[in-house]
Design a protein around this ligand. Sequence first.
Ligand code: NZQ
Ligand code: ZN
Length: 392
Amino acid sequence: MVNFQYYTPTKVIFGKNSEEQVGGLIKEGNYKKILIHYGGQSAKKSGLLDRIIASIKEEGISYVELGGVVPNPRLSKVYEGIELCKKEGVDFILAVGGGSVIDSAKAIGYGLAGNGDVWDYFEKKKEPKGCTPVGAILTIAAAGSEMSNSCVITKDEGGIKRGCKSDYSRCKFAIMNPDLTKTLPKYQTSSGCVDILMHTIERYFAADKEMELTDGIAEGLMRTVIHHAKILVDDPFNDDSRAEIMWASSLSHNGITGCGTLGDWACHQIEHELSGMFDVAHGAGLAAIYGSWARYVYKTDPSRFAKFAVQVMGVTQNFRDVEKTALDGIKALEEFFTSIEMPTSIGELGITLTEDLRKELAYKCTFQDTRTIGGFKVLDKKDIETIYRMAQ
Ligand code: NZQ
Ligand code: ZN
């Protein structure tokens, strides 16, 4: 194992009607004026926004609203939020939505707490030194941003998608009512389940020697997600499955499934270029990439892939042929993706990558050929181009 820090300061309020507590939670923090930040139309249409505003008014808290965050949230909306919050004297940001809204809220928080252009943090030109406090009411189980230290924003010009990590941005609280996810389209539910699964898979495949305890937690989480994701395809109103998936979204990205390992994260880097350029749902993009990444790298440590196959996918161990077990596990995961109506190739996302496009994506992914990605197997620009080609 490698040395690690485990820091999860987010207060979780989980369960039915938990959003009704939002006014009281904000009041506890003595904030003077809040921004209610949300997405396109789902929170308005479901009546959630009205219920939240009622709770906030009841506590006598002043607020301004800013909606219109799109999936793969844009830098232009972040700038708009920073300007509005400065003008209105906002000292707390309430994100109502999923990863996109929460990340937009975090980026606004970075912009308010720092000087200069907030995009500099995403381009790694400087480190954040603070973030205006953010709280979340989660409406889709997927990105795990409600408990993660991460924030991912897309620059409008050129579709450049970049992440910024710091503990400053961790949510003060996360309100999670699984019922709120029942209005999700099937595609978004499944895409979210893939992302949840991938946050632990990325941690599971690492160069470091694994910890037995961490492996056990990770394998249990992955089996649970696979089981309940399948149920939700035909039974989207299943209370137990909605709850299991929602809690898994937070645990899969708050660090607990990766204590003692640095993880891999290549699939995420490769996918972020795709969703930055083509605006696909992040989880669906990951499903399209995974099998090709796995087949490209598994020989680095076939026994690790075989362990995943047996412990997570229920594949029978072939004691004479560890590579066969490893490959059976990769196939089984792809079959799971298909069973929840997710793509297993870039073509199924409706995208055709030309040789030039592959080169451009790989060039961007390596920050203009200045870095490699991946921990399990280190990948350079040429490797990434090959994975895009295999995934077509
Ligand atoms: O905008 P509205 O109308 O709300 O529609 C949204 C959106 O179209 C809809 N939706 C959300 N809750 C709903 C609902 N529709 C009906 N009923 C509800 N209850 O779902 C669509 C997708 O929402 P989005 O927030 O984009 O989904 P997700 O949570 O998957 O977030 C994806 C973003 O998070 C980033 C991704 O790259 C992507 O930009 N990630 C953030 C991470 C982090 N901060 O830790 C880690 C992840 O790896 C990921 O990169
Ligand atoms: Zn993700």
